[in-house]
Write a protein that binds this ligand. Sequence first.
Ligand SMILES: [Zn+2]
Length: 259
Amino acid sequence: MHASRRENSPDRLTAARGRVPCPRAPFGAYGDEIVYTGHGGRDPNTGQQVADQQFIRGNAALARNKVAGLPVRVIRGAQLDSPYAPEQGYRYDGLYYVDEYWEETGKSGFKVWRYRLVRNDSVHRPPLKAGQEPALPPERRRTTTMRVVRDTEMSRRVKEIYDYACQVCGVRLETRAGAYAEGAHIKPLGAPHHGPDTEGNILCLCPNHHVLMDNGAITLSDDCRVLGLSGEPELKVKHELRLEYIQYHREHFGVLTGA
Ligand SMILES: [Zn+2]
């Protein structure tokens, strides 16, 4: 599809609302989950990574898609080194959501941005008859949130320790169904981070501070100060946190803090 202007790109990502040009970034072999590498910092002739990737343009736009809950279109090309590559040409593979993004040092020694994309099930919705409109107006559909909060037995235990009060701001949300807080894994669960579901890796946070933490707007210092908030307040700590997970978060998710 529309492949004529980018014959050299093994794959492309196109934001559902506007294009995100991402040449040469390899897809991981996850099928419904893709780990996608951002763009920039590559030598145009050799394709080698020769500089850090910046959090600008397409890289920033993909992160924005996560925060806004907007999908990206995934198009795989035949040149791609992946079991999911089409035999030839390009293939539209449906809508994916940006589940998570982080920065890490690639094999080249330079910083790269990575994005985990998760396939959207609604691509299997039945097609509408010609001339028919969807039942929900577009404004309504755009408000759909894609935030999935993974609650585990262990995160419930941590929330009990804090009586559902946020470790950053102390807010305790009361709902008709009881108190509400979120268990935030400092080093995320799942590939490729493989953070553990243990008390030392879980914080009890309000939804606001959970979102800020997941998106690198706040992170923690080694002595549990909240970086990214004015005055860098102390995290309220009543259970033992593992330093290695805090450092992992700061390194991979907290890099924009103070930049
Ligand atoms: Zn909070």
